[in-house]
Design a protein around this ligand. Sequence first.
Ligand code: SAM
Length: 262
Amino acid sequence: MHKFDNSWLFKREKIDNLSKNKLIIQKINKSLKNLNEINIIDLGTGTGSNFRYLSKKIKYNNQSWTLMDISKSSLKEARANTKINKKIKRISIKNHDVIQNINTTHFSNYDVVTGSAFLDIMPQKWFKSFHLRNVKTKIVYFSINYDGYFNFFPKHNLDNSVVNLFNSDQKSKKVNNLRAVGPDCSLVIDSFFSKTHKTYSLKSNWTQITDKKFQLMFLDFCNKVIDKNKNYHEWLQFRKEKIIKNKSKLTVYNKDFLAIKI
Ligand SMILES: C[S@@+](CC[C@H](N)C(=O)[O-])C[C@H]1O[C@@H](n2cnc3c(N)ncnc32)[C@H](O)[C@@H]1O
């Protein structure tokens, strides 16, 4: 299982919200127009960031949400940071492993199946089962799917090698003994859902982020990947220095995926 610090999830929330693709939101609203009640499940909800974003962006009332995650500690934060209001009729919190139990997870009660910063950690095999169980789902929406490239400004000659190491590490991570799909996630999900839905993959990049703490947290992920390789210590030092002196910007390429049932 991948572990994510709640502090990282909270830190990235504002940046994710600014990056999510607005055209996709318009399409979701158009598609939900005639429903009296909207049932939504958020997979890998973490501390509930996607719920807080999407429940506001959906224009309609009578939303019932299920927030699902494998991590009890994140769900505790999600519970503390979500509120019923005039748009939200009900919120259920579900501690569930959606990889291990994909073949017994029921999606038929939901109009929208969603997740954010979640798809790239799923194993290849998961997508086929997930699609089979969602062939009739009205809307499938996954945002902030890492797309395989990031860059810091100013440039350094080891930048591309670090990206390559980062991507290989993403793909080598094991979930339930299966390799995660990593940066291929947008292509993989589209290859299934384009058979049964109208699909869209649109940009949701983190663009020229100057936030110091956020960049240092991202650099720490890079550090974990290059930790054992001395050749990259010079790169790490260079990056740290630029960030601390407020002379650094980070761009990470992501995509949002939408499938609307045809
Ligand atoms: C990068 S975090 C994203 C969290 C949240 N969606 C957000 O945007 O802040 C990925 C989340 O997926 C959850 N997760 C990982 N494996 C899972 C599994 N097998 N079943 C359910 N949730 C899982 C993690 O616990 C984590 O909260």
